[in-house]
Design a binder for this molecule. Structure first.
Ligand SMILES: [Zn+2]
Length: 255
């Protein structure tokens, strides 16, 4: 069995020079990869990209920082795209108050896309940054027990993680769990049940140690597996089995 990268952006320009080469490595070293949309244009590209590629699946959605001035027709397009083959989730969607864009637009975009997820029956990939309390309160009010999803690239403490776990969500971990200073985040890995963990790279962003400062690649997800394996004291082969089962449950509706 091989590794799975549950969150990456291979279609961004950072891969324009050598996407073919990267894809070759992905085919050799990964069992599955999920390519994530961030706006209408990239979501369309994801739908095209996943065609005829056995191991590649995709998501469509509008990222919170892409939500400013959003049009109703954009959301209609996301709904239409979400019904295309090999689209396994709505995402990444959520709240991002790190960059002060229009909060009203972010809430509206999140709200409508959650309705779309419900209507088309897909899980959700959440992007939450500097807005964990706000996102939790919103999801709780919205009645999230009806949705399935993952809080991608989790970057807060155990207290917050617990709340999202209580909502029934998975937690996605990326390169930052390998950074020397991030003991708080490693504590979250330690305490999160392994049946609710998803390793991801968020390539080309957030490269793990020993590649900090360089471009991240989907194949580096093995460093995330290694760190999780070390923290939780679970051998890599067992971890691969558990992660595969997590991915099947969340994205492929298997029981
Ligand atoms: Zn992402």
């Amino acid at each position: 069995m091989n590794f799975i990268d549950t969150h990456c952006h291979l279609l961004l320009k950072q891969f324009d020079e050598d996407r073919q080469e990267i894809m070759k490595k992905v085919n050799e070293e990964l069992d599955l990869l999920i390519e994530i949309g961030i706006n209408v244009e990239t979501s369309k590209n994801v739908v095209d990209f996943v065609k005829n590629k056995e191991k590649i699946f995709g998501t469509v959605g509008i990222h919170p920082t892409e939500s400013e001035g959003l049009k109703e027709t954009d959301l209609d397009e996301i709904k239409e795209l979400s019904r295309k083959p090999k689209i396994v989730a709505i995402g990444e969607i959520g709240l991002d108050f790190h960059w002060e864009t229009n909060k009203q637009d972010q809430y509206k975009s999140l709200d409508t896309q959650l309705d779309i997820a419900k209507e088309v029956g897909l899980p959700v990939v959440f992007h939450i940054r500097d807005a964990y309390d706000e996102a939790y309160n919103f999801l709780q009010k919205k009645g999230l027990s009806e949705y399935k999803g993952v809080v991608h690239c989790f970057s807060s403490d155990w207290e917050k993680a617990q709340k999202f776990l209580d909502l029934g969500l998975y937690i996605g971990f990326d390169g930052p769990i390998t950074y020397p200073k991030n003991n708080k985040l490693r504590e979250v890995v330690e305490k999160t049940p392994v049946e609710r963990i998803l390793p991801e790279t968020d390539s080309p962003f957030l490269p793990p140690v020993p590649f900090r400062g360089k471009r991240n690649k989907p194949t580096y997800v093995k460093y995330i597996y290694e760190k999780i394996s070390e923290i939780k004291g679970i051998d890599i082969e067992t971890l691969k089995e558990i992660i595969k089962s997590n991915v099947e449950k969340l994205f492929f509706n298997k029981v």
